[in-house]
Design a protein around this ligand. Structure first.
Ligand SMILES: NC(=O)c1ccc[n+]([C@@H]2O[C@H](COP(=O)([O-])OP(=O)(O)OC[C@H]3O[C@@H](n4cnc5c(N)ncnc54)[C@H](O)[C@@H]3O)[C@@H](O)[C@H]2O)c1
Length: 254
């Protein structure tokens, strides 16, 4: 049970974020479901309907003050923020790097990397003082494998890995773990809405020949915030159906 503590999840109105919020609640975490607008409140309502405890908080992860206020509100209503899942992110556009504007580049870095930092930073001091805490950043296989047409997205997700490793070192003496989850392709609404030809191409690149469910990503997050994962820190966990593995085959058939 997680009495007297809470998990704060950003991007909690989205496909993966909502699945994370619902699963953590199911596992006993009071959840601060955070997103830009109404969706945060809807996720909190879904958690409550499932019998869990939740608070919906609408704020923008780029806004430092709003982040601090959200943490304070979550702590006041639910208990100390003992887990942060930095999940909010955007894809501004898909285009070769030579056609990416500085504005678009900065826009993605601002939400995906700076936003993640700003949304977890307010929890650090308290976690250090209490000698416990869990931080999980949702990165992407784009961070380690690259993703043609998405230079700023991949750079933002790779930046998270440096942040995670560094925070893992800084927080380890306090017993606080900091890890990254790297989804490959996940069957969210946006992915489901991809044109058929793009979808087929993407599926062909996945050794398992299917996309992950949001719940499969949430399950790994739930493990990382659990007591069972107390000795896992600085890790980058792909949840990708083998998408990063070599595509090379020397036989006639696989
Ligand atoms: N869907 C995939 O295939 C996939 C693959 C790899 C990684 N990921 C990562 O998983 C995470 C969740 O992705 P998703 O597929 O659920 O996307 P999604 O678009 O469904 O959810 C993202 C959520 O973040 C919120 N958000 C965006 N900008 C924000 C801001 N400035 N402040 C606060 N909230 C903001 C959005 O409102 C949205 O609800 C992201 O970090 C994404 O990069 C997704």
């Amino acid at each position: 049970m997680s009495a007297g503590r809470c998990a704060l999840v950003t991007g909690a109105a989205g496909g993966i974020g909502r699945a994370i919020a619902l699963l953590l609640a199911e596992q006993g975490w009071p959840v601060a479901a955070c997103d830009l607008g109404e969706g945060a409140l809807e996720t909190a309502e879904l958690v409550r309907r499932g019998g869990g405890e939740a608070l919906g908080l609408a704020w923008d992860v780029r806004d430092e003050e709003a982040g601090r206020a959200a943490h304070a509100e979550a702590a006041a209503q639910l208990g100390p923020v003992e887990a942060v899942v930095a999940n909010a992110a955007i894809v501004d556009r898909i285009a070769p790097a030579e056609r990416v504007s500085a504005e678009s580049w900065r826009g993605e870095l601002d939400v995906n990397l700076t936003g993640a930092f700003l949304s977890l930073q307010p929890a650090l001091e308290g976690m250090r003082e209490r000698g416990r805490g869990r931080i999980v950043a949702i990165s992407s296989t784009a961070a380690t494998d690259g993703l043609a047409g998405q230079a700023s997205y991949a750079a933002s997700k790779a930046g998270l890995l440096g942040l995670v490793r560094t925070l893992a070192l800084e927080m380890a003496p306090a017993g606080v773990t900091v890890n990254a989850v790297l989804p490959g392709m996940v069957e969210t609404e946006k992915v489901a809405a991809m044109p058929g030809e793009v979808r087929e191409r993407a599926l062909a690149a996945v050794p398992m020949r299917r996309f992950a469910t949001p719940e499969e990503v949430a399950a790994v997050v739930a493990f990382l915030v659990s007591d069972a994962a107390a000795y896992v820190t600085g890790a980058w966990l792909p949840v990708d159906g083998g998408i990063g593995l070599s595509n090379l085959t020397l036989g006639r058939e696989r």
